[in-house]
Design a protein around this ligand. Structure first.
Ligand SMILES: *Cc1c(COP(=O)(O)O)cnc(C)c1O
Length: 488
């Protein structure tokens, strides 16, 4: 992928007068002064300094740029916790049907019955899969689902005179969004320790439960890819203390059709439709993070929800206790649509097979990776597992990040690195159900090969990419999100 041409900026390709398009001639009558149509102060003195390029140069420029990034359609992408499964192309064709794609969110309900019916059914599917009967499709990502559900919990506590419930308990293996959402929703986050097996430490949990417990947020299977086998005891303890149980359901990939959060004691959960149900994701969205809750929390759900009235569907803002809108319009309908297609295509048996295969794939890869890397927590795992590169660091001063960077040279996307925090030099791998045995073997073979490679080669990897090691802190803290003309 040593593509020198693609490093050229489109502005450097610019030649005065060169065009890739021709706008139709102006049909405003010649004697109409522009200032009578547009107020004088909005008129530009000169055309904007845009690059002037021919169509073929432009197409090549962007096509070359598009191949610099890895994506699930070109590479195995075992990014743990992100569930980078294949996104069926059929969903794209269906989502592009004009009857869905051309809808405007402000159209009256009686002209959008098809989409509303589909969203209503999606609410029902998500209720059935979670075992939690009331659903809001609005949140636009997993993290926003967490926030919305915690605002629902806060509204419930206010309504029932329990405002002393100010604490949200979060295991130390949790995704960073959990304590962040708790703080944003006005709670204080309290960490609960994991035990040596990587599961919630019940003794530590007991010392932290009390009259001030609002919500216990648990991820199950947790981010180590382990099923919290004491989940019933945990949810009973939280309920006995008067708290609510929140399930971080970003990764439902191991339990679809096998167990349901509502059945093991959760009161609320979010879904990541873009992970579990194949919304294309990566690079920041769009996502979809619907929430499902028990009946007694339903009145507080974000509005509107889709309701069915006889044969007609409409958006209802009817609940007086709703926390209100958490997003403009109605959520990321395009991603919900793709998730709907996925669920309808597979059906209950198909979804169960997804989970069985995802777990089988993860355990196979775990066994192969264990041939050369430490996997600190005892198996079997669920949809993912976490290996540790600490042996490499100790023996050869090679970091987990170096292994990840080197994987790019071999054409594999890296696993999630340095998360969860409870594993030093963490390499978190999630193969998903859509990968073949050949792909898993090829990836494991490369990981084992890298382990024996020259340390210097690893520390300077990747060697085959246009961009090698960007300053990630600077990229996060001072992102350049907008082009500005050099002259301005
Ligand atoms: C991805 C993920 C989230 C956050 O979801 P976003 O859609 O990225 O906001 C939360 N918890 C877990 C366990 C996750 O894997």
């Amino acid at each position: 992928m040593n593509n020198t041409q693609s490093t050229e900026l489109v502005f450097e390709l610019s030649r005065p007068g060169r065009r890739g398009h021709r706008t139709p001639p102006c049909d405003v009558p010649g004697d109409t002064p522009l200032s009578s149509l547009v107020p004088e102060r909005f008129l530009a003195d000169a055309p904007p300094p845009l690059p002037e390029v021919g169509e073929i140069d432009l197409v090549r420029h962007f096509t070359n740029l598009s191949t610099r990034n890895m994506c699930i359609d070109t590479q195995f992408y075992p990014l743990g916790s992100c569930t980078m499964k294949y996104n069926p192309k059929r969903h794209e064709r269906l989502a592009a049907l004009p009857g869905f794609a051309d809808l405007h969110p402000l159209q009256p309900d009686d002209t959008t019955q098809g989409m509303l019916e589909l969203l209503y059914e999606m609410q029902q599917f998500l209720a059935e899969i979670s075992g939690l009967p009331a659903v809001s499709l609005q949140p636009a990502a997993g993290a926003q689902g967490e926030l919305a559900a915690l605002l629902v919990a806060a509204a419930y506590f206010r309504d029932t005179d329990q405002t002393h419930r100010t604490k949200v308990l979060v295991p130390d293996s949790a995704h960073g969004t959990n304590p962040a959402s708790a703080a944003l929703a006005g709670f204080t986050a309290v960490t609960v320790k994991s035990n040596a097996k990587g599961l919630v430490d019940l003794d530590d949990l007991k010392t932290k439960l009390g009259a001030d417990t609002g919500v216990f947020m648990i991820t199950n299977p947790n981010t180590l890819g382990l099923f919290e086998v004491q989940i019933r005891q945990i949810t009973d303890l939280v309920h006995a203390a008067g708290g609510l149980v929140y399930l971080d359901g970003a990764n439902m990939n191991a339990i679809l059709g096998i167990t349901r959060p509502g059945d093991f004691g959760a009161d609320m959960q979010h879904y990541n439709v873009h992970k579990t149900f194949t919304g294309p994701h990566g690079g920041g969205g769009p996502g979809s993070g619907p929430i499902a809750v028990r009946d007694f929390l339903a009145p507080y759900l974000p509005s509107p929800v889709v309701v069915k009235d006889g044969d007609a569907y409409h958006l209802s803002d009817a609940s007086e206790k709703t926390i209100g809108r958490v997003r403009s319009f109605f959520g990321n309908v395009g991603i919900l649509f793709r998730g709907y297609c996925y669920i309808r295509t597979l059906g209950p048996d198909g979804l169960k097979a997804v989970s069985e295969t995802a777990v089988l794939n993860a355990n196979y890869l775990r066994a192969r990776v264990s041939e050369g890397y430490e996997v600190p927590h005892p198996g079997p795992c669920m949809h993912e597992f976490v290996a540790s590169g600490r042996g490499l660091l100790r023996e050869r001063k090679v970091r987990a990040m170096d292994v990840c960077k080197r994987l790019l040279d071999y054409g594999f996307h890296a696993p999630t690195v340095y998360f969860p925090l409870v594993v030093p030099e963490a390499l978190m791998m999630e193969p998903t159900e859509t990968e073949s045995k050949e792909t898993l073997d090829a990836f494991a073979d490369v990981l084992l090969k890298i382990k024996a490679e020259d340390a210097e080669l690893l520390k300077t990897a990747p060697h085959t990419h246009v961009v090698s090691r960007p300053d990630e802190v600077k990229a996060a803290k001072e992102p350049v999100l907008r082009w500005r003309p050099a002259t301005a």
